[in-house]
Design a protein around this ligand. Structure first.
Ligand SMILES: Cc1cc2nc3c(=O)[nH]c(=O)nc-3n(C[C@H](O)[C@H](O)[C@H](O)COP(=O)(O)OP(=O)(O)OC[C@H]3O[C@@H](n4cnc5c(N)ncnc54)[C@H](O)[C@@H]3O)c2cc1C
Length: 405
């Protein structure tokens, strides 16, 4: 019922698996605890931009994943009422991955027994005598760990203990799904967004037959929110109804989608100022991924930023806990030191590097949410002005390089 471990990663989603893999590639073993019974991915697909590919290449899985999805050659945004079109800047390699492909490829790189399924962490505390983390599991068991990395998503229990406990909810929801065209979709390899006054539809082909689409829409009333979230058929038909002025191919894409993949998602986020002023670690406990920087998908960067976290975290940790040879020369040994000061130094370095990145990403996303939401004209004007000053390079976020693992 009680065991001891060196490094425990809480959560086996994109960030937890990537962190386990990054550590493994640095010669460091970890245990990933995942509450689900199997590998699973919420949401059908994920857009991966150049910064995400840089991180995936450092994790050694880029080449394999490139084979699963075609590259976008361009993008355009279409305003439905007047038919006006503008370009969507891509800034380099953009592909849309099936989430399950990403999860599987990350997991395949891990040694067997790294992920323990059906294991939910209920709480984490610091042992009052040793100051070491103690994880309480839902089966009543406990794990004493030397290091804890919280990759347990937006409702993170680990984030609570480091002091990051506030989240917000945007007044917008997203519906996502897959549409399969048995005889090929015949669409160009481009990222298309179409918008009318009611909603915004985006789509990207994954291969010759499969297309990922998403719709962002503001809530109308609390009743519709409760009902739509539970009924994919109703959700889809309400979207199709609001698309009456869209081109037929767009309407058919949504109406002909695979209902089993149609999913409603509320957009919860970590306020940027929380990321700026709160600690991202407590002693030898640290957070990564959505647990640190949950953000709405308006920049399509949350998953990529989680992969960057994994690379930076493993690099910082390896740098500090791998013991040098006694004479300080020659290659580092595989012996590891989990002395608290070394781990804390590593996490301090990681926090410093990731805080700035997470802050700017969440801030840009927050501003976009203000523009999409039902805010007054004056608020929207101020937001546009602030964005023009702070984010004059709109796709600067895709140029970020998390560096070598
Ligand atoms: C609608 C939508 C569209 C998006 N599109 C994109 C996109 O196109 N591109 C992009 O880069 N990002 C996108 N994102 C963001 C991206 O999905 C997330 O940033 C990413 O999934 C975060 O991964 P994570 O591992 O940190 O968290 P999660 O994916 O939430 O994984 C957390 C894992 O921890 C497990 N867990 C939770 N609590 C516990 C516990 N107590 N004990 C044990 N296990 C636990 C969960 O079961 C889960 O497996 C989108 C997000 C949304 C909502």
């Amino acid at each position: 019922m009680s065991e001891e471990r060196d490094i425990v990663v809480v959560g086996g989603g994109i960030c937890g698996l990537a962190t386990g893999l990054a550590l493994h590639r640095k010669g460091i073993q970890s245990l990933v605890l995942e509450r689900s019974e199997t590998l699973r991915a919420t949401g059908s697909a994920i857009i991966m931009q150049p910064n995400g590919w840089r991180a995936l290449d450092q994790l050694g899985v880029g080449p394999k994943l490139r084979k699963t999805a075609i590259a976008m050659e361009g993008g355009r945004i279409v305003s439905i009422p007047d038919g006006k079109q503008g370009p969507i800047l891509l800034g380099g390699e953009v592909r849309c991955l099936r989430r399950m492909d990403l999860i599987n490829v990350l997991a395949e790189g891990l040694p067997s027994n790294t992920v323990r399924f059906g294991c939910r962490v209920v709480s984490v505390e610091l042992d009052p005598t040793t100051s070491r983390p103690l994880l309480h599991l839902d089966d009543g068991g406990t794990i004493k760990a030397k290091v804890v990395i919280g990759c347990d998503g937006v409702y993170s229990v680990v984030a609570n203990i480091v002091g990051l406990n506030k989240t917000g909810l945007y007044p917008t929801y997203v519906t996502r799904g897959f549409t399969r065209y048995e005889n090929g979709h015949g669409l160009a390899n481009e990222f298309v967004v179409m918008r009318n006054d009611e909603l915004q539809l985006g789509w990207l082909p994954i291969d010759d037959r499969l297309v990922y689409w998403f719709v962002t829409r503001n809530w109308t009333s609390p009743e519709s929110r409760a009902t739509l979230s539970k009924d994919p058929m109703l959700l889809r038909s309400s979207i199709v109804k609001a698309m009456n002025d869209f081109p037929t191919e767009a309407i058919q894409m949504v109406s002909g989608s695979d209902l089993a993949t149609v999913q409603y998602t509320e957009l919860r986020y970590r306020p940027p100022w929380e990321i700026l002023r709160r600690s991202l670690r407590k002693g030898v406990i640290v957070v990564a991924g959505d647990a640190m920087h949950a953000m709405a998908p308006f920049l399509a960067q949350g998953g990529a930023a989680s992969l960057e976290d994994a690379v930076v975290l493993a690099r910082c940790l390896a740098e500090k806990i791998k013991l040098a040879n006694s004479d300080g020369h020659g290659p580092r040994e595989t012996r590891l030191s989990f002395e608290k000061p070394a781990v804390e130094e590593a996490f301090e370095k990681y926090s410093k590097e990731r805080r700035a990145r997470a802050f700017w990403l969440t801030l840009q996303t927050y501003f976009i949410a203000m523009l999409l939401g039902n805010y007054s004209g004056i608020i929207k004007l101020m937001t546009v002005l602030l964005m023009a000053v702070l984010f004059s390079d709109k796709i600067g976020h895709t140029r970020y390089d998390c560096g070598r693992l």
